[in-house]
Design a protein around this ligand. Structure first.
Ligand code: NAD
Length: 336
């Protein structure tokens, strides 16, 4: 079957393409390469362009009328950049997505899986959240995700579209077959920084914040292997209508599902796991929290299991090992 993947030249979108191919399906990529990598589109059906380019999207859907569902990954994703450049973030993630979803609707392609984020959640006592937990989108980036969830929900109500918002926790690792991985030169995520420290691309790893009310004072997250994340999308698109049946309410045409492991891991625990997999200690230093940092959260993973028949299977150690392997080869694969 064919599936449209926007942002398919990015870290997560390209991994979803690999998982779809491994399951016998054909991804069709739409990506402007504003941040993504052409290398990840090689050998795949690829339309280079913007999600808001109605002419291009129409052409793509005319060329591939048998597309069954869309996974909308395309977005700008760097939280501090969204603070300094909110216009660009609201423009790309919100204004363009509003147009893109409307084009899909007008052309009769109403099945949408949307890449949302656990960054929407407020910090709750005990740190475990379900899909009903209170929200507190505390950056322009996370507000773009919240806005697009609301837009998608309203489109589903008004236009009879069907939408599944998948709220990702903290993706780590790379495609286990090393077809793709993190592609930015200076990763802002914690595991990317650990890999860069180990491989000499940055002098030290900073543990930012050691006085949170967690078991060891450092922030807590739910690190999910990007391959597990990608597999969840394969289930979501291939079982799309069944997911709604499983939800049990025939009137529901919009669903929110958290994607995480169900296990909280602190930064100190991640560093310990990293050093074990890496085989030696790394240069590290404790500092205060960065502006906007929060203690964090992890998910209750029951709804994903019930609706997608999916659960995370790969360990944090496997994520670290794959990230290290990818870190060694990424500069040979990617032309910076
Ligand atoms: N990486 C994470 O930690 C994380 C966590 C939660 C949610 N998400 C969401 O997952 C999705 C994918 O994230 P990622 O880490 O793969 O990011 P990424 O930057 O690697 O990929 C995003 C892709 O979207 C493309 N793109 C951006 N704007 C576009 C536009 N207007 N038209 C066409 N293509 C466009 C970029 O070129 C890039 O290839 C995003 O929606 C992000 O918000 C990511």
């Amino acid at each position: 079957m064919k599936y449209l993947i926007t942002g398919g030249a990015g870290y997560i979108g390209s991994t979803i393409c690999s998982a779809l191919e491994d399951a016998g399906h054909t991804p069709i990529i739409l990506d402007s390469l504003v941040t993504g990598r052409e290398e990840f589109t090689r050998g795949r059906i690829f339309y280079k362009g913007d999600i808001a380019d109605e002419k291009l999207v129409t052409q793509l859907l005319r060329d591939h009328p048998d597309i069954q569902a869309t996974v909308h990954c395309a977005a700008l994703i760097v939280v501090p950049d969204s603070v300094s450049s909110p216009y660009e973030y609201y423009q790309d993630n919100v204004a363009k997505s509003i147009e893109f979803f409307h084009t899909l609707y007008k052309l009769g392609y109403g099945r949408v899986v949307f890449s949302s984020s656990a960054a929407l959640y407020d910090v709750v006592p005990g740190f475990m959240v379900t899909e009903e937990a209170p929200l507190n989108a505390n950056s322009p980036y996370s507000r773009t995700k919240l806005m697009m969830e609301m837009v998608l929900k309203d489109y589903c109500t008004a236009y009879g579209m069907k939408g599944i918002a998948l709220r990702y926790f903290n993706p780590i690792g790379a495609d286990p077959k090393l077809r793709s991985g993190i592609h930015v030169q200076h990763p802002t995520h914690v595991l990317g920084k650990l890999v860069d420290t180990a491989q000499g691309r940055q002098p030290e790893f900073q543990i930012t914040g050691t006085h949170y009310p967690t078991r060891d004072g450092t922030g807590i997250r739910d690190y999910i292997h990007v391959w597990d994340l990608a597999r969840a999308h394969v289930n979501a698109v291939t079982d799309f209508d069944k997911v709604f049946e499983r939800a049990g309410n025939p009137r529901d045409n919009y669903l929110v599902i958290n994607l995480g492991t169900g296990r909280g891991v602190t930064v100190r625990e991640l560093v310990t796991a990293f050093e074990k997999v890496y085989g030696q200690t790394i240069n590290k230093r404790e500092t205060g929290p960065r502006p906007g940092d929060v203690a964090g959260s992890y998910t209750n993973a029951d709804k994903a299991y019930r609706l997608l028949h999916w659960k995370a299977e790969l360990s944090i150690e496997q994520g670290i090992a794959d990230a290290l392997k990818w870190g060694k080869i990424r500069e040979n694969i990617l032309k910076y």
